[in-house]
Design a protein. Structure first.
Lengths: 111, 115
């Protein structure tokens, strides 16, 4: 079963705008990751934030984590048409070597 | 370095048949995981193998099985196919000892359609 939910389910913005996606989860975690998926293909790892971190940056990506609220957000700044994809958060708990994925946010960036 | 390779990429089966999907992990990766992705249920964990041993299994019926070979290549099998088994099956590999972080590298997936 899915760990939590992502919000919004779909997001449409213009190129150059920022995109923010939110993820909520249910159980305690070791870390939280964000993955990207293009058109039903494989997922690509974007960024990982550990449970003792509050914010992390990687290029145009910024991830925040609030363990008290069991939530995370992914911000993509200055979006490009090539950022059009589905974005998934995934949590890594103590339940073995498995990730539990959220439902995903479909992002469309219009040129 | 070659990525995770899954074969076949697309296949069509009929109800009651069985299917075998193959996954070759990144060279040196000993952990292989399988996930099922459907529009209704999203991404769900199937199982994980490490050094030919199943370490973890998701909440799927016994029709879903897998194995891993000594070269870390993995196969998953679904028997007595049902319409609901139509999905994208994703394989992912992970480097052991990656500081406890379960960062996965995914293959492109095998899209199974059951008619």
């Amino acid at each position: 079963s899915q760990q939590g939910e992502e919000d919004p389910q779909a997001l449409s913005i213009q190129e150059g705008e920022n995109a923010t996606m939110n993820c909520s989860y249910k159980t305690s975690i070791n870390n939280l990751q964000w993955y990207r998926q293009n058109s039903g293909r494989g997922l690509v790892h974007l960024i990982l934030i550990r449970s003792n971190e509050r914010e992390k940056h990687s290029g145009r990506l910024r991830v925040t984590l609030d363990t008290s609220k069991k939530s995370s957000s992914l911000l993509i700044t200055a979006s490009r048409a090539a950022d059009t994809a589905s974005y998934f958060c995934a949590t890594d708990s103590n339940a073995g070597n498995m990730l539990t994925f959220g439902g995903g946010t479909r992002l469309m960036v219009k040129p | 370095k070659a990525g995770v390779t899954q074969t076949p990429r697309y296949l069509i089966k009929t109800r009651g048949q069985q299917v075998t999907l193959s996954c070759s992990p990144i060279s040196g990766h000993r952990s292989v995981s399988w996930y099922q992705q459907t529009p209704g249920q999203g991404l769900q964990f199937l199982f994980e193998y490490f050094s030919e041993t199943q370490r973890n299994k998701g909440n799927f019926p016994g029709r879903f099985s897998g194995r891993q070979f000594s070269n870390s290549r993995s196969e998953m099998n679904v028997s007595t196919l049902e319409l609901g088994d139509s999905a994208l099956y994703l394989c992912a590999s992970r480097a052991s000892g990656s500081l406890g972080a379960n960062v996965l590298t995914f293959g492109a997936g095998s899209r199974l359609t059951v008619l």
